[in-house]
Design a protein around this ligand. Structure first.
Ligand code: ASP
Length: 364
C-alpha cells in the first residue's frame, strides 16, 4: 500500500515539476527513490529476526580483581565482537559467517584465552582447540591441539565444510587447514607476558606441593588460576537457523596432549534447531563428563522446558554440585538467550531479536 502511494505521488510530482527549478527536481528524485527504499525495507523485514550472544570466559572475575581500565577493555572487546557478528546477521548472511567474524576478532585479541593470548602448556607452547556447529542439519567441525593455525575457528569451519570428518587433531589438522589455505603462523605469535606469568605461577604451585602433580593441579580448581578465557558465540540467523562456535587455548599447564571440552561436539559446543545452540567455558573435564552443551538441548527438547530452565538446571544444579565450574551462552530458535554461570563472573554480551544490546562481566 505504502509502495503504491509513493509510486503515485512520484508520478504526480514528476508531471507537476516539469521544467521547475533544481530544488523541485531533487524532491522528485527523493520521492521516486522512496518506493525502492520501502521495498528494500519490506524485503529485509520479511526475514526472521536475528540475535547473537558471546562469552569471553568465566571464572573468579570480580570487581576487586579488575581495574577500571581492564573492565573497559573487556567490555569494548565484547562490544566490538557483538557488532562484527551482528553486522553479518543483519546483512542476511549465514550464522556461521557471524560466528567466524566474531570469534576471529576475539582470537586476535590478547585479552582472551584463544588465538593470541592463549594459555601456555606445561612445556611452554600453545595448543589450540576450536569447534563450530549449525542447527539446521547438525553439521559440525572441530580442530584440537593445533599449534600454528592463526585462527582455529576458521580451520574448524573448513573441517565441517571441506572434509568428511567432524574432528581433526594435531599435525593432521594443521596439514588439512594449510592445504585449504588457512593462515599459518609461528606458535610464538600466541605469546603474551600475562599468560607466561600464569604458567610460572602454576609451575611454582605444582613444585611446592609434593602431593600435587600436574594432573592434580588440573583437577583441583584450588591450585588453578581459575580464570577461564575461552571465547564462544551463538547466533540466530535471518534464515531461522541457530549455530554455535567455541575457541580456546585450554587450561594453563596442560600436559600430555590434553584436550578440553571446547572442540568436543556435545560438551563445549552444540546446535540443533529443534532445541538450542550452546557454547561453554569452564573446567573442561567436567563439561566433557556431563556432556553439558548437548544435555541443555536434550532437556529442552524432551522435558519441554524453557531454554533458561534447562541451562540453569545444568549449570547450577548438576555441574556445580559435581565440582564443575564455568558457564554457557545459549540461544533457541525463537531468539531467547540464556547466559548462566556458577563462577563469580563471565565476560558476556548479547544483542536480542529487538536489537537490545547488553555487555556484562559480574554476577549482578
Ligand atoms: N573449557 C576450556 C577447557 O577446559 C577452558 C576455558 O573455558 O577457558 O579447555
Amino acid at each position: 500500500m505504502a509502495l503504491k502511494n509513493a509510486s503515485n505521488l512520484c508520478q504526480k510530482t514528476l508531471r507537476a515539476t516539469k521544467f521547475k527549478p533544481l530544488k523541485h527536481l531533487l524532491i522528485t528524485a527523493a520521492l521516486c527513490a522512496l518506493p525502492f527504499l520501502l521495498h528494500a525495507h519490506n524485503h529485509a523485514s520479511t526475514k526472521s529476526p536475528v540475535a547473537i550472544a558471546i562469552h569471553g570466559g568465566a571464572g573468579t572475575i570480580t570487581k576487586a580483581n579488575l581495574s577500571d581500565e581492564q573492565e573497559a577493555e573487556y567490555k569494548l572487546a565484547i562490544n566490538t565482537a557483538l557488532d562484527l557478528g551482528y553486522e553479518q546477521l543483519a546483512q542476511g548472511k549465514d550464522g556461521l559467517d557471524a560466528i567466524v567474524a566474531a570469534i576471529k576478532y576475539l582470537e586476535d585479541s590478547p585479552l582472551f584465552n584463544a588465538g593470541i593470548g592463549a594459555v601456555y602448556t606445561f612445556d611452554g607452547q600453545h595448543e589450540l582447540d576450536a569447534s563450530i556447529m549449525r542447527g539446521d542439519n547438525l553439521q559440525a567441525g572441530a580442530v584440537a591441539s593445533v599449534t600454528n593455525i592463526k585462527n582455529p575457528i576458521v580451520a574448524a569451519r573448513l573441517v565441517m565444510e571441506q572434509s568428511v570428518h567432524v574432528m581433526l587433531s594435531g599435525k593432521g589438522a594443521e596439514q588439512f587447514a594449510l592445504e585449504h589455505g588457512v593462515e599459518k603462523t609461528e606458535n610464538t605469535t600466541f605469546n603474551t607476558p600475562r599468560r607466561f606469568e600464569a604458567l610460572q605461577r602454576a609451575k611454582q604451585r605444582i613444585s611446592e606441593s609434593e602431593a600435587v602433580d600436574t594432573q592434580a593441579y588440573l583437577e583441583n580448581a584450588e591450585f588453578n588460576d581459575f580464570k577461564f578465557g575461552t571465547v564462544g558465540v551463538v547466533v540466530l540467523d535471518a534464515n531461522g537457523n541457530i549455530s554455535a562456535g567455541t575457541s580456546t587455548g585450554g587450561m594453563t599447564a596442560k600436559r600430555y596432549g590434553r584436550v578440553g571440552d571446547s572442540p568436543i561436539i556435545g560438551s563445549g559446543t552444540y546446535a540443533d534447531n529443534t532445541s538450542c545452540a550452546v557454547s561453554a567455558t569452564g573446567h573442561g573435564e567436567y563439561f566433557i563428563r556431563y556432556n553439558v552443551a548437548a544435555d541443555i538441548c536434550a532437556r529442552m527438547k524432551y522435558q519441554k522446558i524453557s531454554l533458561e530452565q534447562a541451562a540453569n538446571t545444568v549449570i547450577h544444579d548438576v555441574l556445580l554440585p559435581a565440582g564443575g565450574t564455568g558457564g554457557i551462552i545459549a540461544i533457541d530458535a525463537k531468539g531467547n538467550i540464556a547466559m548462566p554461570f556458577n563462577t563469580e563472573g563471565m565476560y558476556r554480551g548479547s544483542i536480542d531479536i529487538d536489537g537490545n544490546k547488553t555487555v556484562l562481566i559480574y554476577k549482578d
